[in-house]
Ligand binder design. Sequence first.
Ligand SMILES: [Zn+2]
Length: 115
Amino acid sequence: MTLANIVRLPPEYELDPYTLIHELAHVWHYQNRGTAYISDLVWHQVSATLTTGSRNAAYEIAPEDLAAASLHDLPAEKQAVIIERWFTHPNLRHHPNYSRFLAEVRVTKLLPASI
Ligand SMILES: [Zn+2]
């Protein structure tokens, strides 16, 4: 679980690269949007659970997600999955939609440290 700039892991947890990058994407959310991303995460996980019976739908990337004009048009959880996949699947680094989304991550200006 990630809250603000801190990734919390259970004791003895073996952190895999997928989870690390995913949780660091949430740190990026916090550094760019403050705590607003938390309500986005909760909303989409609850919505997915109510509509599909599982919160996993909040993590699924559909073709229409990849066609979004901007990464910022997607829910925070899907943004984290896209960032996670880009870093952990080198073949996606040449995919046009993943590439343009990650270009948006790279140019994002961070909020001042006091926020
Ligand atoms: Zn997440």
